[in-house]
Design a protein around this ligand. Sequence first.
Ligand SMILES: NC(=O)c1ccc[n+]([C@@H]2O[C@H](COP(=O)([O-])OP(=O)(O)OC[C@H]3O[C@@H](n4cnc5c(N)ncnc54)[C@H](OP(=O)(O)O)[C@@H]3O)[C@@H](O)[C@H]2O)c1
Length: 323
Amino acid sequence: MVRVGVDENLAPELLADFPAEAEIVRLPRTIPQPVPIDFWILPFYRKDAATAFQQLREVKVAQSLMAGVDWVLPWLPPAVTLCDGRGIHDISASEWVLAAIMATMKRIPLYRDLQNQQQWRGFASVTDGFLSEPGPARGQYTVLADDLSGKTVLIVGYGSIGAAIEARLAPFGVNILRIARSARPQPPVSAIADLHALLPLADIVVLIVPLTDATRGLIRAPELALMRPGALLVNAARGPVVDTDALVAALQQHRIRAAVDVTDPEPLPAGHPLWSAPNCLITPHIGGSTPQFIHRAFRFAAQQLRRYIAGQPLENIVTGAGY
Ligand SMILES: NC(=O)c1ccc[n+]([C@@H]2O[C@H](COP(=O)([O-])OP(=O)(O)OC[C@H]3O[C@@H](n4cnc5c(N)ncnc54)[C@H](OP(=O)(O)O)[C@@H]3O)[C@@H](O)[C@H]2O)c1
C-alpha cells in the first residue's frame, strides 16, 4: 500500500479515481504528531503547508494541484520529488484570460459601474480620461467599445496555459506573438531576450510565466513604457512578475490598461492605489478555480499515483529525482 496524505476535508468523490493500492491518510489542518506518508497531495496555496510538512515523515512525492509552485519551493527539501499541476489549469486559466481581454475590449467594467449608478451612458460621454487611444469619436460615429479582431497579442510564457490561450484566441482573428525562455520554431516562439523588441508591437500583453528569480519584476517601468499607448497588460501569472508601483504609475498616467488576477501584495489590502487605478480590472486570484478544475486536478493526481505505484516516471517533475 502507498500512504497518500490528503486534506481531512477533501470530498470523498474526488478520491473516486484513486487506485485501490492507495491508503488514504486524512491530514488535519494542524497535525498534532508526526505522520508517515509516501505521497502528499498538497493543500491549495495554504500558507500553513510548510508547517504541516514539518509533521510529515517519509514523504517521497509532493504533488501540487496548482501550476505554480513558487510558494512550495522555498521550504520543501530537495530530497522530496515535487510535481506541479501543469495542464490541469489550462482550461480555467485560459478562459479567464479570454474573459479579461473581452471584458476590457467591450468596456464591461465601465458599463457595469454605470449600471450600478443606473446610468445609460456610452463610453463617449464618460470622461474617465483614458484618451491615449485615438479618441472615442470618429467623425459622426461614436465609439462605445473595441474589437478584439485584428489586434496583436503577445503571450509571455508560451507553455501549457499560453498555448491554450492561443487556441482560444485563434477564432478571433488576432495576430499572435510568443515568448518563452528560449526561442524555437513551429510555432515561432521568441526568446525572453526579445521582450523589449516585441512589447511595442502588441496591443495586448498576456503574462503567464511561473514566478521564478528570472521572472520576478520582469515587467517594470521600462517595459511598461515600451507598451503601446492604450495597450492592455493581462497578468494571470503571479503578482510579483509585475512591479506594482510601476503599474500603478502607468495606469494613473492613463498610458495603458490592465486586467490582473494576481497582485503584489496578495491579497491586495484595502486602500491600495491599484484598487482605484484607472482602467484596471482586478479579480482576486480566481483564474484557475472552477468546479470542473478540481475534478481534473484529482483525476491527474490519481494518474500520478498509478504511475508511482507502477514504478513509472512521474509527469510534471519540478525538483527531485522522480520515480
Ligand atoms: N491566475 C491563476 O489562477 C493561475 C492559474 C494557473 C497558473 N498560473 C500561473 O501560470 C504559470 C504558467 O503555468 P503553465 O502551466 O502554463 O506553465 P508551463 O507549462 O510550465 O509554462 C511556463 C512557460 O513560461 C516560460 N518561462 C519560464 N520562465 C521564463 C522566463 N524567465 N522568461 C520567459 N518565459 C519563461 C516557459 O518557457 P520554456 O517553454 O522555454 O520553458 C514556458 O513556456 C504558473 O506557473 C502559475 O504561476 C496562474
